[in-house]
Write a protein that binds this ligand. Structure first.
Ligand SMILES: Cc1cc2nc3c(=O)[nH]c(=O)nc-3n(C[C@H](O)[C@H](O)[C@H](O)COP(=O)(O)OP(=O)(O)OC[C@H]3O[C@@H](n4cnc5c(N)ncnc54)[C@H](O)[C@@H]3O)c2cc1C
Length: 508
């Protein structure tokens, strides 16, 4: 076996997954077709839940250095912006940052953790070997005088190779959904007359335009207009087309010139019927495609890679049953189905009929209501994501919920933010009850993938006042929480750890 995991595709999702696996001491190789990171940044935002995840790994500051926090987001280009500043998160904003930089930071992070990255190679074949031996991956290096073919094996292969995924096709995983019915246009150009504050969004019966800075001298212009929306995706975009449309919409072409990237994209919406087939898994655009409304696709891919990393590591290291890996599809497929519906709802509002324009006005009014605005902001930012509570443990309202950061006072008196406990990508067993007898037993747990911490919550968030002990997963979701009223605490905690992180009794 050459590696425990081979990842096809070193875009944002492949690189982040590789880093998560390497952090968990799994040997990983990424095979990426491109020699260098693509200079064409599709995504321009990192949303709150993704920033929280990076915070948990001590990586958030690296992104903050390159990005610009913005406190609002949008839904279907409606005038009423979504207010992220009211969200219950230490990252209550979206970070404006080109995908190219995000990918570079992730690659640097993965490299530091020891991930082997083979650039300039294309995966052409993926085949599960007989008798559950592993997976054979064939890749081709096309550059140079001779094509160079490599054959490698791994215990698992993940297809993070984007929308046209070779891995998905090789595994025979169906990709049902709908074809493109609407297209929009993207132009990264210089603007002689840029918008004040850099950002502009207009939507009338003539069409919709959104403008945002990509770099100090380049602006992204996105156009969704009655003239353009039925042009097939493969028709090349021209600068004249952009200038003409801007003049029609705004009365000026803003001096658009020197295009760096012109592209047309559509609303084809599809999802892999399964994210796992035996030893082959899918993540990111390889598993789902959609219209890029609300800037969510890369964020969702990064979040699901965080869900997958520790599970795959657990199965490889032998402390988790194979069923834990099935829970990757079990947990993410329904979440992503919701997310695809959300992009379809937005797309349905990107039309110019009288009825749709009236509907947009109505939505704008609704979004002025704080609760509605907040609920939609929680959806776009993915802060509303939670997973079903695990069976077999006493019920607690926190079970399955996202873990939001808060301050702790540790047993040695020092103060820390809870997210700092997750830098190693381990489970965190947090004992808050100051129960010396129980703490004495919990100290004895010797599992390398669990950090045991005794602390007091400095500013206990809502719902935490009755928590005795809580187990938080490496991806920042609460496996289970035990209340102060719980009887037979030690046995219950022992069972909870055994079922999530061991398979065997860990406490007597
Ligand atoms: C116009 C537009 C705007 C967008 N804006 C946003 C946004 O603001 N926010 C957001 O979250 N998302 C946005 N998205 C979506 C986002 O860009 C994607 O969801 C994201 O890039 C998916 O990441 P990925 O790693 O899964 O796939 P990709 O980024 O597609 O990466 C796949 C990688 O695999 C490589 N590869 C492919 N085939 C092979 C092979 N056979 N062998 C080896 N390597 C291979 C490719 O070269 C590529 O590097 C936008 C998309 C578009 C089109």
């Amino acid at each position: 076996m050459d590696y425990e995991v081979i990842i096809a595709g070193g875009g944002p999702v492949g690189m982040w997954l590789a880093a998560e696996l390497a952090l968990a001491k799994v040997s990983v190789c990424v095979i990426e077709r491109l020699e260098e990171t693509s200079p064409y940044s599709r995504a321009l935002t990192l949303h709150p839940r993704t920033l929280e995840m990076f915070d948990m790994r001590g990586l958030k500051e690296r992104f903050m250095e390159h990005g610009k926090p913005i406190s609002t987001g949008h839904f279907a280009m409606l005038d009423t912006r979504l207010d992220f500043s009211v969200l219950d998160s230490s990252s209550n904003y979206t970070l404006f940052i080109p995908q190219e930089i995000t990918e570079q930071v992730l690659e640097e992070h993965a490299t530091k953790l020891g991930v082997v990255i083979r650039r300039g190679e294309e995966v052409v074949s993926v085949r599960e070997q007989d008798q559950d031996q592993g997976v054979e991956v064939v890749s081709v290096r096309a550059s140079g005088p001779h094509a160079n073919v490599s054959v490698m094996t791994a215990a698992y292969v993940v297809g993070a190779d984007g929308a046209g995924s070779t891995v998905r096709k090789q595994a025979g995983i169906a990709f049902p959904g709908t074809d493109t019915t609407l297209t929009a246009v993207l132009a990264d150009v210089e603007l002689a007359v840029p918008p004040e504050n850099g950002i502009r969004s207009e939507y009338t019966e003539r069409g919709g335009v959104m403008i945002a800075p990509v770099s100090p001298d380049i602006y992204r212009v996105i156009l969704t207009t009655p003239h353009l929306m039925h042009v097939p995706k493969d028709v090349p975009v021209t600068l004249e087309e952009i200038q003409t449309e801007l003049r029609y919409l705004l009365g000026t072409d803003l001096g658009a010139s020197n295009p760096r990237w012109l592209s047309r994209f559509g609303n084809a919406t599809r999802q892999a019927e399964t994210y796992r087939k035996g030893r082959i898994l899918l993540a990111g655009d390889a598993a789902h495609i959609h219209f890029p409304a609300g800037g969510q696709g890369m964020n969702v891919g990064l979040q699901e890679a965080t869900n997958l990393g520790w599970k795959l590591a657990g199965v490889i290291h032998g402390w988790a049953a194979d069923t834990l890996l099935d829970s990757y599809h079990g947990e993410r497929y329904p979440i992503n189905t919701q997310f695809l519906r959300n992009t379809e709802i937005q797309t349905s509002l990107l039309d110019f009929t009288t009825a749709v324009l009236a509907h947009r006005q109505l939505q704008e009014k609704w979004f002025r209501h704080t609760e509605i605005n907040r609920s939609m902001a929680e959806q776009i930012s993915a802060l509303d994501v939670g997973y079903p509570a695990a069976e077999g443990m006493p019920q607690h309202p926190l079970n399955g919920k996202r873990f939001a950061d808060f301050q702790l006072r540790l047993s040695d008196g020092t103060r820390t933010y809870a997210y700092e406990l997750f830098h190693e990508g381990r489970f965190v067993l947090l004992h808050l009850a100051q129960d010396a007898k129980i703490a004495n037993e919990l100290h004895k747990i010797a599992l390398s993938h669990i950090s045991y911490v005794e602390a007091v919550a400095e500013e206990a968030p809502v719902g935490w006042s009755d928590v005795h002990t809580v187990l938080i997963r490496p991806d920042g979701y609460i496996a289970w929480a035990i209340s102060l009223e719980q009887t037979d605490v030690l046995r219950t905690i022992g069972e909870g750890i055994a079922s999530w992180c061991s398979g065997e009794p860990v406490l007597l």
